[in-house]
Write a protein that binds this ligand. Structure first.
Ligand SMILES: [Zn+2]
Length: 252
C-alpha cells in the first residue's frame, strides 16, 4: 500500500473536495492510509471526527507553529491535555515545529521553542512520532530535537541543507518526500543523499501539487514514490514495500 504521511484533508474540504471523494481518488491509486495533520484546536477536532468515519484517516494532532504563537501558555497546556485524552485515537503528534519564514518571526523564536518542546515531550511520553515543520529554522529545530533525545521523528518537507538532511538520517529520523519532488530539485537531492530506510512520502495536501495545480490530493503521493524509484533505480513495488516498512516501524 501507498501511504501519505502528511496531508490536510480538513483544509481540502474548504477547497470544495469532500473527504470521501479525496479518499476514493486515493484508493484508486492504492493509497490506503493518510496521516491528517491538525494545525489548531478546531482542526484537531474535525480530524478526530474524520477518523471515526474513515479507516484510511490516521489523525495527527498538534498546533502549527504560527498558530501556537496566538495562544497563551495555558491554552497550549489545555490542547496538550486534549491530545492526551485522545491518545488512543491518534497516530502521531503534528503538525508542530518552528517557522522563521518571515524576518519578524525571529523575535518569536524563544516562544516557538517553548511550544515545540511541550509537543515533542508529549510525543515522547505517548510514544508517538512527532511530525515536524522546520521552514527556514532547520538547524534550530534539529538542535532542539537532539537535545530532547526524541527517537520517532518525521521531518516534513525538509528544505534545509543537504548536510542537515544527512544529519537527520544519521539520527535515525525520517524525511517525508512531498509529491512536488516531481519537479523540485531540493527534494530530488534529499532522495539522492538519504538512504531509503529514512524516507517516507507525503503530499501536504492541499499544497504542493506535483503539477503545480490546485488543490493537491493524497492520490498524488504516488509521484513521490515514482521519483524515489527513479532516483534510487528501484522498482516501484520495492519502494512501496520499504516505505511501508519504515512507516510501520514508527507505529510500533
Ligand atoms: Zn502541513
Amino acid at each position: 500500500m501507498f501511504i501519505d504521511v502528511h496531508c490536510h484533508l480538513d483544509k481540502l474540504i474548504d477547497e470544495g473536495v469532500p473527504t470521501d471523494k479525496a479518499i476514493k481518488n486515493a484508493k484508486k491509486k492504492g493509497v490506503e492510509r493518510m496521516i491528517v495533520n491538525g494545525t489548531d484546536h478546531e482542526q484537531n477536532k474535525i480530524i478526530l471526527d474524520l477518523a471515526k468515519i474513515h479507516k484510511e484517516v490516521l489523525p495527527a494532532l498538534g498546533i502549527y507553529p504560527i498558530d501556537a504563537l496566538k495562544l497563551s501558555e495555558s491554552e497550549i497546556d489545555e490542547e496538550i491535555e486534549f491530545i492526551k485524552q485522545n491518545k488512543d485515537k491518534i497516530a502521531a503528534i503534528g503538525e508542530v515545529g518552528l517557522d522563521l519564514k518571515e524576518e519578524e518571526l525571529h523575535k518569536t523564536l524563544d516562544k516557538q521553542k517553548i511550544n515545540l518542546r511541550k509537543f515533542v515531550n508529549l510525543a515522547i511520553k505517548l510514544n508517538k512520532p512527532a511530525i515536524i515543520h522546520s521552514r527556514k529554522a532547520e538547524l534550530h529545530t534539529i538542535e532542539l530535537l537532539e537535545e530532547l533525545n526524541v527517537k520517532k521523528v518525521i521531518m516534513h518537507c525538509f528544505s534545509g541543507k543537504m548536510s542537515l538532511a544527512e544529519r537527520i538520517a544519521k539520527n535515525g529520523w525520517f524525511l517525508s518526500i512531498p509529491a512536488n519532488s516531481h519537479y523540485s530539485q531540493q527534494f530530488q537531492d534529499v532522495i539522492k543523499r538519504v538512504p531509503i530506510e529514512n524516507l517516507l512520502c507525503e503530499t501536504d495536501t492541499p499544497y504542493l501539487h506535483p503539477l503545480k495545480k490546485w488543490p493537491n490530493e493524497p492520490a498524488n503521493v504516488i509521484y513521490s514514490y515514482k521519483k524515489i524509484a527513479e532516483i534510487k533505480k528501484m522498482k516501484l513495488t520495492e519502494v512501496e514495500l520499504q516505505i511501508e516498512k519504515n512507516f510501520k516501524s514508527l507505529l510500533e
